[in-house]
Design a protein. Sequence first.
Length: 229
Amino acid sequence: AHNTADSEYMAGLLHQRGYEVVGSFEESDLVVLNSCTVKGPSQDHFLTFVRRAKALNKYLVIAGCVPEADAAGLADIQGISSVGVRQIHRIVEVVEETLQNNTLTLSGPRTLTPRTLPSLTLPKVRRNKFIEIIPINVGCLNACTYCKTRHARGRLQSYKPHQIVRRIHQALLEKESQICEIWLTSEDLGAYGIDIGSSLPSLLHQILRSGLPSALRIRLGMTNPPYIL
């Protein structure tokens, strides 16, 4: 869901700039492929789409975890413009350079700070008009041998509770908003707040006390067992 939120932000920025978001490779002039590298099948699926875009001779920009974690080791993505997970706010710049037949690669610092966290207030084009997906933290405190999250997203960095509450209300107050579900997401939801002296239960209390509609549903994303047991 975190990658989906990033895709929605990038689509929103491009739409704001005047680009039309279409539903298929065949309709497009340029393809933006966002990626996940936590598990092998996800990365293989992404590389299949890269080859398809190349075969259709489309302008191509890749984004997400694969170019962050595996850029040097994958022949399929060499020479392709890319935007890292900490640089999604610059997607318009990368797209416009690519359309001029230039290759631009952007990657941010592996260690995030409150100043370098991607903004939660960027414009969005949602895949589902009823669901608002909000990343509440980025990265992970663990270093599991079977997972590349730390290589792609870096160490844990949490958004402050007031930033998350503000984003929820901003989404609900949008013109003609039909949002009825809020998805709180990250690479490890249970670790939320450890780096800023907060916690997931504390965040949920603040969200619930902020005056939300009674019918609104809040869905929690994935977490690692130590934070639940």
